[in-house]
Design a protein around this ligand. Structure first.
Ligand code: NAI
Length: 248
């Protein structure tokens, strides 16, 4: 299958983890890949090489996704380099956990800026391109905690709930221009982001998951492929949970 042949996807924060898995899954379906991360490093080099092995075009752009000007500059550059932007994946994200009473302003601002403002930045910059193409699929990484909340993650949960509101609004505003917007709400996925948890915390999470295990980045990437491709041509404004049944 070549579900994304001749398409171009722009994926933020894709040097590792879920973003990298999405980039590789899209590339395996013939998609050209533009991806961002904070800075060029060995992970970026490896990811770019792994994408290239699928015989598609790949280009890396360094930048802080939370920075409005930088995001717009990157999108301008991607448009120049690739000609079109068919798929945008807002994936860059961080955690700075803590109970609300102990959470400081810096923890709050950093998580809201990196997780939520970044998605606004890239959607805002990509929208004129997608409107002129009269087509586009915007996929943003939310989280089950954006739907259910989570003690110790007020900043993160708020940012991911914001992603859901943003996604639904964009779907309503831009549907008439042929642009779809959807969110993925992963549960507990085994990446560097979650590897900081203790063995005990990990076991606690797994007990809450009907499938009794954490998910893999590839399992999230399969949902992203569905949303990026014509398999989901009549799906917009939705939040698809990818959580082993944890949130249902
Ligand atoms: P990760 O920490 O493994 O990878 C995140 C990537 O984003 C890294 O390469 C990092 O350098 C990059 N990044 C961070 N800040 C950035 C910035 N300001 N600008 C550009 N790039 C930046 O995280 P993971 O687990 O792959 O998560 C990816 C997305 O999925 C995030 O939005 C996260 O919130 C979401 N998610 C992850 C879950 C999990 O269990 N791992 C669960 C639910 C949602």
């Amino acid at each position: 299958m070549n579900l994304l042949e001749n398409k171009t996807a722009l994926i933020t924060g894709a040097a590792r983890g879920i973003g990298r898995a999405i980039a590789l899954k899209f590339a395996s379906e013939g998609c050209n890949i533009a991806f961002t991360d904070l800075a060029y490093n060995d992970l970026v080099e490896q990811t770019a090489a792994d994408i290239e092995a699928y015989g598609v075009r790949v280009q890396f752009y360094a930048g802080n996704a939370a920075d409005y000007e930088s995001a717009h500059e990157i999108v301008k550059q991607v448009k120049q380099d690739f000609g079109n932007i068919d798929i945008l994946v807002n994936n860059a994200g961080i955690t700075k956990d803590g109970l609300l009473l102990r959470m400081n302003e810096q923890q709050w601002d950093a998580v809201i800026n990196v997780n939520l403002k970044s998605a606004f930045n890239f959607i805002h910059a990509c929208t004129p391109v997608m409107m002129s193409q009269r087509a586009g699929s915007i996929i943003s990484l939310a989280s089950v905690v954006g739907v259910n909340g989570n003690a110790g993650q007020a900043n993160y949960a708020a940012s991911k709930a914001g992603i859901i509101g943003l996604t639904k609004s964009v779907a309503k505003e831009l549907g008439s221009r042929g642009i779809r917007a959807n969110a993925i709400a992963p549960g507990f996925i085994l990446t560097d982001m979650t590897s900081a948890l203790s063995e005990e915390q990990r076991k606690q999470w797994e007990q809450m998951i009907p499938l009794r295990r954490g998910g893999t980045p590839e399992e999230v990437a399969k949902v992203a492929l569905f949303l990026a491709s014509d398999l989901s041509s009549y799906v917009s404004g939705q939040v698809i949970h990818c959580c082993g049944g944890m949130s249902c």
